[in-house]
Every structure is written in structure tokens, then in C-alpha cells.
Design a protein around this ligand. Structure first.
Ligand SMILES: Cc1cc2nc3c(=O)[nH]c(=O)nc-3n(C[C@H](O)[C@H](O)[C@H](O)COP(=O)(O)OP(=O)(O)OC[C@H]3O[C@@H](n4cnc5c(N)ncnc54)[C@H](O)[C@@H]3O)c2cc1C
Length: 435
């Protein structure tokens, strides 16, 4: 049963994050025609950080958001800040070469540094806490973790990492559900909405114009692209599309066709006692297991267990999120059986067919950039995408090309039929998880 959000949270979801937000600054609606160097569509991490990076390079920027800043996945996610971009860059070796693979691997480390540096440089209060574990559920997951450990070492990953077997795992988690863990002190967890709101403050202070309740309804391509809203218009030299899982098919059928909006959900328990916290998560780390339909969880700053999981492809939320997620929580932590749930919520992540974020330029409009499809691993990658787009626009570097060269399938079947197809594909992977 969810607790109602306070009044200031109008048009945000009823989540723990909204209830504990550091002030929800209201931005104006766009009601006139304006001209800027760069227009950004989407007020999540991708859009906000692109605005920051571009203002830092001297470009004038307007950002349009349908609802509120951080209203999408960026204000609802599990808050796990984890190294790496996409799933196994080596699978794209034929398209981007060995150097390209290495470059994506290194950017997967840089991405976390961008977030932590932004937080410390601008004093963003978002409860950042380092320490994260990948958890093995099956014995074969332990082999995969050992391989990941070696890969990280050979890629020159500098942050402390270590493998824990079943006999050692009590150091980090009070649960018998797992075979072992890979501990990474270079990853961690944070309050995702407060990160988005803090970054929006930075963008504003740098002089970016942020507009809420200003849906981009139409795009007119050309030397000077135009973005039309209900009451206004932005003319720009460059356009950045950052609507991700909420972009839909109408505004850009090309982008909408390559990203599948997929629901995932969270519970926030009532605050636990210090003793309970010390028993279940003694070192205050974040966790995610290695199954396709994974659980992810950590403690909030006020000692609630934030427990996430589930994947839905229908575009509809489960009728009762608590009923769907509680069994998973109690399987991991039987000692919390019957714990009161104070909040439940979910959001849409954008998933692409090959599980590599889609970052580049539209094939028929070189002045229109986009970044989307980070799946459930976007807190860091969005920040890297923002930097790559700003570097490309300012001609500072074309590091973006390594992503632009990766081919991404358009989901067949159109908006109506692609969800059941992906569900069937995921079911196959879930069956494999059971083996
Ligand atoms: C429940 C959940 C849990 C997750 N957990 C994690 C996690 O623990 N760790 C992790 O790394 N990642 C996680 N993710 C993924 C991560 O949150 C996303 O990858 C990331 O937030 C994407 O940011 P974004 O800015 O690209 O998209 P979003 O934050 O979704 O922002 C897109 C914005 O664009 C706006 N928009 C869309 N169309 C238009 C339009 N026409 N005009 C104007 N605005 C428009 C939307 O309203 C939205 O606010 C999770 C996602 C969800 C949903």
C-alpha cells in the first residue's frame, strides 16, 4: 500500500524518492518562439547532463520535458551506480574493431567517474555511498564472476574489487540465497531523483533554459531544426533526442521503433532498526543478482530496504506491485517476513534488442543526436552519453562514433506486437536461468 505524496509533488509518481526529494523546483512552460544553439527533448539524466556539458562549452541550450524534471526513469530507478556500459562490448568486435571494444570498456569506467565528480564538484546531496556487489544465484554464476574479475583486472580497472565465496559472503549480506559475490568499491548507490534534481539545479545555474509541461509534439528537420510544442517553438542548430523509454513512436518512428519501453518496479519498506540493517546489509552496499529477471536492492539513507525487480513488456503496471515483489524480498531476506511496505512504484526503462545503448546521429539528419536504450543500467551510461554528444557538437572529439557505428535492430511488429515478441524472448532466457 503506497503512502500519498506530499502536495508539492504534483504530477510526480507516488514514490519514496518523491517523498524524500530535496525540493521540487518548478520550471516554466514554453509559451513563445525561441532560438538556441541546442534544443534537448527529455528531462532525465541524458537530457539534463547534455545541457550541463553543452553550457560548460558555451552553447545556449533549451530543454523540453513533457512532465516534470526527473519524472521518467531518472527519478524512479534503483539508484545503483554500476561500472560498465551495455552488455559485453566484445560481441560488437566485427563492427567496431578491438580498439572500439576497448574504448567502450574504458568509457564504462569513466561514466561512473563523471557521476561522482559531478556530485562532488557541485555539492549535490543525493546520499552517494560507494560499494556494490554482483550476486551469484547459481554455481555457474560464480564462474562468470571469476571471469568478470579477471576481465576487470586485465582492462586496468583501478577500483578495489574482490571475489567472495559462499563461506565469505556474510561479510556483505545476511542471506543464504546466494553462492557468492563480486565486490566492487568503485560502484555504489544514491538517491536517483535527488541526483536528477541537483543536476537540474546545476544546469539552471549554468544558464540552461529548462521547460516543464512542454511536450515536443513535432520535429521539423533541416539546417535549423524546429521543435514544436503546444504553445511554443524552439529553433536550433542541433537537436538532442533524450526521451528514452518514454519517447513513443509518433515523434520519431526511427527512434521509437528501436526502443522497447519495459516496466520494472520497487518497494520501500518502513525504516529498519540499526540492528536489522547490520544483520542484512552490514556494509551498506548495493546489490544486484545475475539472473535475467534480476532482484536489485540497497538501504536508503533513512534505513529503508529499497527492493526492486520484475520486468513487464505490456506497458501496463502490475495491479499490486507489493504482492508481486514481496515474495522475492522475503526469499532473499526471510528475517524481514511481514515487514511493512511504505511505498511501491515503477517506471519504464528503454531496452534495445542488443542491450547496448543507442548513441549517435539520425541517419537522415546529422544535426540531430540521440541517446537511449540503456536498459536497467543507465545511471552511469546516461552521463557518458551526454558527454559524448557535447564533445561531438563542439567538435572536441568524435568518441561518439564508436557507438554510432553499432547497428541496432528495429523491433518488428510495430508498437502493438513487439512487446509480446520480446516477452517470449525473455521467457526463453528466464527458462535458462532456472537450469
Ligand atoms: C524502476 C527502474 C529502476 C532502474 N534501476 C536502475 C539502477 O538501479 N541502475 C541503473 O544504472 N539504471 C537503472 N534504471 C535505468 C535508468 O533509470 C535509465 O537508464 C536512465 O534513468 C535513463 O535516463 P534518460 O534521461 O535517458 O531517460 P528518462 O529518465 O526516462 O527521461 C526521459 C524523459 O523524456 C521525457 N520525454 C519523452 N518524450 C518527450 C517529448 N516528446 N517531449 C518532451 N519530453 C519527453 C520523459 O517525460 C522523461 O522525463 C532503472 C530504470 C527504472 C525504470
Amino acid at each position: 500500500m503506497s503512502v500519498k505524496s506530499p502536495i508539492h509533488s504534483k504530477h510526480y509518481p507516488d514514490s519514496f524518492y518523491v517523498a524524500s526529494a530535496n525540493g521540487l523546483f518548478e520550471h516554466p512552460k514554453l509559451t513563445e518562439h525561441i532560438t538556441v544553439d541546442v534544443c534537448i527533448v527529455g528531462g532525465g539524466y541524458t537530457g539534463i547532463n547534455t545541457a550541463i556539458e553543452l553550457r560548460q562549452r558555451g552553447y545556449s541550450v533549451a530543454l523540453l520535458e513533457v512532465k516534470r524534471i526527473g519524472w521518467g526513469a531518472s527519478g524512479r530507478n534503483g539508484g545503483e551506480l554500476i561500472r560498465g556500459i551495455g552488455h559485453d562490448a566484445t560481441q560488437f568486435k566485427n563492427e567496431i574493431g578491438e580498439q572500439g571494444v576497448k574504448s567502450i570498456q574504458q568509457m564504462g569506467f569513466e561514466a561512473v567517474d563523471i557521476v561522482t565528480e559531478r556530485i562532488s564538484e557541485h555539492n549535490i546531496e543525493c546520499d552517494l555511498q560507494m560499494g556494490y556487489c554482483d550476486l551469484a544465484v547459481k554455481p555457474r554464476h560464480m564462474d562468470e564472476l571469476a571471469e568478470e574479475y579477471q576481465d576487470l583486472k586485465s582492462q586496468g580497472y583501478q577500483k578495489p574489487i574482490k571475489l567472495l565465496d559462499r563461506s565469505q559472503i556474510g561479510e556483505v549480506i545476511g542471506s543464504d540465497f546466494y553462492q557468492g559475490a563480486l565486490v566492487d568499491m568503485g560502484s555504489g548507490h544514491l538517491h536517483p531523483l535527488n541526483l536528477a534534481l541537483g543536476e537540474a539545479r546545476v544546469a539552471r545555474e549554468l544558464g540552461a533554459q529548462l521547460f516543464e509541461y512542454s511536450a515536443a509534439e513535432k520535429i521539423i528537420k533541416g539546417d535549423k531544426p524546429k521543435v514544436i510544442t503546444a504553445q511554443g517553438q524552439v529553433t536550433c542548430d542541433y537537436l538532442v533526442m533524450a526521451g528514452n523509454g518514454y519517447i513513443g513512436n509518433k515523434l520519431s518512428p526511427y527512434l521509437g521503433g528501436k526502443v522497447l519501453p519495459t516496466g520494472t518496479y520497487l518497494l520501500a519498506t518502513e525504516p529498519l532498526t540499526e540492528q536489522q540493517c547490520a544483520t542484512i546489509i552490514p556494509q551498506n552496499m548495493a546489490f544486484a543478482d545475475m539472473r535475467v529477471a534480476l532482484d536489485y536492492f540497497h538501504l536508503s539513507a533513512d534505513r529503508r530496504l529499497l527492493f526492486g525487480g520484475l520486468c513487464t513488456y505490456s506497458g501496463k503496471d502490475p495491479k499490486d506491485i507489493e504482492a508481486a515483489l514481496r515474495p522475492n524480498l522475503e526469499k532473499v531476506f526471510p528475517q524481514l517476513k511481514g515487514i511493512k511496505i511504505d511505498y511501491e512504484w515503477g517506471g519504464m526503462m528503454g531496452i534495445g534488442a542488443n542491450r547496448m545503448p543507442q548513441i549517435g546521429r539520425l541517419p537522415d539528419a546529422a544535426n540531430i543526436y540521440f541517446a537511449q536504450a540503456y536498459a536497467g543500467h543507465g545511471v552511469n551510461a546516461t552521463h557518458m552519453a551526454a558527454r559524448l554528444i557535447a564533445e561531438a557538437i563542439s567538435q572536441q572529439s568524435q568518441r561518439i562514433d564508436v557507438f554510432n557505428d553499432i547497428k541496432h535492430m528495429t523491433f518488428p511488429g510495430g508498437p502493438m506486437f513487439r512487446s509480446p515478441m520480446l516477452a517470449a524472448g525473455m521467457l526463453y532466457h528466464r527458462m535458462k536461468d532456472l537450469l
